[in-house]
Design a protein around this ligand. Structure first.
Ligand code: MN
Length: 435
């Protein structure tokens, strides 16, 4: 069933919904007022409770098998493990259930909030148990912008165009959208000093990233071939890699970021599937003249032809004063996933090429996805050039980095002529004072 042939749902709020029309159907884990976490699917302003739907006998064989795995233990790890065919079986059944004219419309609606609670009445949780988290650095514009701040003549190091650069992050402090961000404390080296001081971070920043959920993993010692890599991805989310730039600058050499990143990483709670993103796939942008070709283990014709995505990414800032004055959020960034130098499949192939085991529920961050122009930068480090050029807000305030009370909101949207637009939902976090 193509996306164009289905346009409307009997769930009225789904039609034209900014994020969750019938064509999206992302999975997530939610709870209703104090209840246990349950698996669900976002549709319009509602969440379809997969466990309750199983109990009501709403799934046929293939979809039922998938839904059983998706509802195991209040997390989606077993669902991630299933792969494409099982995801498609569930997706096609969900479309049958929710399309306009569905014969089961009455049966579902009769059960009301038991099957379809309002999302506004639910709390979202992490969708899976995350065993490992890896943050890449594939946003080439960000790598160049940041490199320029430190090495004006030589912004990109020589490995960048050969290796999808990454580091092992911290899984224990990944939290869903809406979790407050406690300002971290740590060692920093004040300008002009030779010895560090200890205290609250003074240069707190955000990083706009795409999150990638790993599906089927690999055995230790095996690797995932580039041609198979897309089949090992279960879905996508938004990711804010909160960064303490002053702590980072002092600690990062020679092994990379450590405490400057591990205090919290925020993600949007809905897992947008590869199937929902199918119409928004693009060819990987051609490498500029003179760039090396990827090594064979990173090169696949099909991946080059359709392994990139056209996802518009947005970052908004809302300060305490703006909230008090009822001012709209200030847009800091409007960017796109097409600024990735490496595809998500190349990240998977590279991560496992040495025999490293990937597991269902592992999470990758893409790295900050900046565009080349001002207005497209995915961090304050780039926007303010390391604090040299403060931004002015409608509230009369200025910002070099984030202040206590500031809230950062990430959003994403996919649009294409002739197709329903879909979104990712929000990834929000508000900064609290250091403790
Ligand atoms: Mn990052």
């Amino acid at each position: 069933m193509t996306q164009t042939s289905i346009t409307r749902s009997w769930v009225a709020s789904a039609n034209g919904h900014a994020d969750f029309p019938l064509q999206n159907l992302p999975l997530g884990v939610f709870s209703v007022k104090g209840g246990a976490p349950r698996s669900g699917v976002a549709i319009g302003d509602h969440i379809f409770d997969l466990g309750a739907a199983l109990d009501a006998g709403l799934f046929d064989d293939g979809a039922a098998r998938t839904a059983v795995e998706a509802t195991r233990g209040g997390q989606l790890n077993a669902f991630f493990e299933l792969g494409r065919e099982a995801r498609v079986a569930l997706r096609e059944r969900l479309i049958e259930l929710f399309k306009e004219g569905s014969t089961l419309h009455g049966k579902i609606e009769a059960q009301g909030a038991k099957l379809l609670p309002l999302a506004a009445d639910c709390q979202m949780h992490l969708p899976a148990k995350i065993n490992d988290y890896t943050d890449f650095y594939v946003g080439i514009e960000h790598a160049q912008n940041v490199g320029k701040l430190f090495r004006p003549d030589n912004p990109l190091l020589p490995n960048y165009k050969y290796v999808p650069i990454g580091y092992h992050g911290r899984a224990s402090t990944i939290r869903p959208s809406g979790t407050d961000v406690r300002r971290p404390k740590g060692q920093t080296l004040p300008a002009g000093q030779t010895e560090p001081t200890f205290g609250p971070c003074a240069r707190l920043d955000y990083e706009l990233e795409l999150g990638i959920w790993i599906g089927q993993g690999n055995a230790m010692g095996d690797s995932i071939a580039i041609g198979d890599a897309a089949d090992h991805i279960a879905g996508f989310c938004l990711l804010n890699d909160w960064s303490a730039r002053d702590i980072q600058a002092w600690e990062y050499q020679p092994l990379g970021p450590f405490l400057s990143k591990s205090f919290i990483t925020s993600i949007s709670p809905w897992v947008v599937t590869a199937e929902a993103l199918e119409p928004f796939r693009r060819a990987q942008p051609a490498r500029p003249e003179g760039d090396p070709q990827p090594l064979p283990y990173l090169f696949d014709k099909r991946d080059q032809a359709a392994g990139a995505f056209d996802i518009e990414l947005e970052v908004l800032l809302l300060t305490e004063s703006m909230r008090e004055q009822n001012l709209p959020a200030h847009r800091l960034t409007l960017s796109n996933t097409q600024h990735m130098y490496w595809t998500v499949a190349q990240m998977v192939a590279h991560h496992s090429v040495n025999g490293c085991q990937l597991q269902a529920g592992d999470l990758f961050g893409s790295g900050t996805l900046s565009g080349p122009e001002s207005g497209q930068f995915g961090s304050l480090l780039e926007i303010t050039e390391g604090g040299k050029k403060p931004i002015e807000l409608a509230s009369g305030e200025v910002r070099k980095f984030l202040e206590d009370g500031d809230e950062i909101i990430l959003r994403a949207r996919c649009s294409r002529e002739g197709f329903a637009s879909i979104g990712f939902g929000e990834c929000r976090g508000k900064v609290l004072p250091a403790r």
